[in-house]
Design a protein around this ligand. Structure first.
Ligand SMILES: [Zn+2]
Length: 381
């Protein structure tokens, strides 16, 4: 079997429209599943919605060491309102850049580790399993990886790479996200007789103003900074001449490690008082791996030898599937490392440098070879 290049696989993946919502990643998953099954992987699909299938593919090792896991998502975000200069699902390559929705975030990353898996499947096995996880639905709050976590189908792993865009720079973690929908209630009345009603918009407005000055009182994390919050939307009332009996707004909280989400909700509920009702929309945990973890040091070394400069410990601004996959796999050390440029994620005319895609595939291969102690490439550590 000729092994398709990481660039070829990226192109094939981009051609599946997996805009989430609704996602509909099934065809994309079928394509990846068939490739990996043919190569000798055991492949399981897990459905969590209409046409939504996450894949877990395992290349069995000879035993004796915990698995290494590579993870990512196959959904993409909507195209946005601005017109594109390139057809978003054509994956055209112009001047060494492949354009299209998902080229950066993050079908290129998935393609790069799938290529690595196909390549290593054609060789004698190392001692550890290689686990490839491709989830349907990350962009709306890690739905796919949370589903896998809930099912308990992932094995304990010894190391994890999440292939989100980092320009192939190894990143140690990210903050968590707690998205809340906060509602206030009142009593409707005719707009000409407001004294007969109870205005829910006033209550929500008071809560929002109060929230602007809310402090979390938690010392910042050296790498990830502080817990922050932002009011993203505000809705209230139906028509101009009625007293609104309902208003709501959403809050995006980004949390640092050690700052528990249930405590944040309790504190907010106390602070905002009885007028508000708080509902959790998205709840994904922060993740952070120590820079002096032996496997991280090993990856830093190989990155240093490749780029001629040792990486510094860094965090990512966004959240990833590591929030669910890392705990689901027994909290292995986790790095975020992928070919896309994070500044291009979710943008109009999103692209990924083809050279970066191939580079990611090579880096993943070296990481996997070192972990599984398979000869070839740069050889075992
Ligand atoms: Zn992503």
């Amino acid at each position: 079997m000729t092994i398709p290049s990481a660039t070829d696989i990226t192109r094939d993946l981009v051609k599946f429209n997996t805009i989430n919502p609704p996602g509909h990643e099934k065809l994309c998953s079928d394509y990846l599943g068939a490739l990996l099954l043919d190569a000798g992987f055991e492949v399981d699909g897990y459905q969590h919605g209409d046409e939504r299938i996450s894949l877990v593919a395992r290349l069995a090792g000879t035993g004796g060491k915990k698995a290494i896991c590579f993870g990512g998502h196959t959904d993409v975000v909507p195209l946005g309102n601005k017109p594109w200069s390139f057809e978003p699902f054509a994956a055209d390559v112009v001047d060494g850049r492949m354009y299209g929705r998902g080229t950066c975030d993050m079908k290129s990353g998935v393609a790069a580790y799938v290529h690595m898996g196909l390549k290593l499947a054609a060789e004698p096995r190392g001692d550890a399993d290689i686990l490839l996880v491709m989830v349907a639905g990350e962009e709306t709050g890690c739905d796919g990886s949370k589903h896998l976590q809930k099912l308990g189908v992932l094995p304990e792993c010894g190391a994890m790479v999440i292939a989100e865009p980092t320009s192939n720079y190894p990143i140690l973690g990210h903050r968590g996200a707690l998205w809340l929908n906060i509602t206030t209630h009142g009593k409707t009345a005719h707009g000409s007789m407001p004294q007969l009603g109870d205005n829910a918009v006033y209550k929500a407005a008071r809560a929002v103003t109060k929230l602007e000055n809310f402090g979390f009182n938690v010392p910042p994390n050296d790498l990830l900074g502080s817990t922050t919050h932002n009011v993203g939307t505000f809705h209230g009332g139906i028509n101009i001449n009625s007293v609104p009996d309902r208003a709501s707004f959403t809050v995006d909280i980004r949390s640092i490690p050690g700052h528990r989400h249930d405590e944040i909700i309790d504190n907010l509920a106390n602070y905002l008082g009885e007028d508000v009702e708080i509902e959790t929309v998205v709840d994904v945990a922060p993740v952070l791996t120590e820079a002096d973890d032996p496997w991280v040091r090993d990856v830093y070394e190989l990155i240093a030898s490749r780029f001629g400069k040792a990486p510094e410990p860094r965090g990512a601004p966004y959240f990833t599937d590591a929030s669910a996959l890392t705990p689901a796999c027994g909290h292995p050390p986790t790095l975020i490392l992928g070919p896309g440029d994070m500044a291009l994620a979710h943008q109009t005319d999103e692209f990924c440098d083809v050279s970066r895609i191939e580079e990611a595939a090579e880096i993943y291969e070296t990481i996997a070879r070192r972990w599984c102690e398979v000869q070839g490439g740069d050889g075992p550590a």
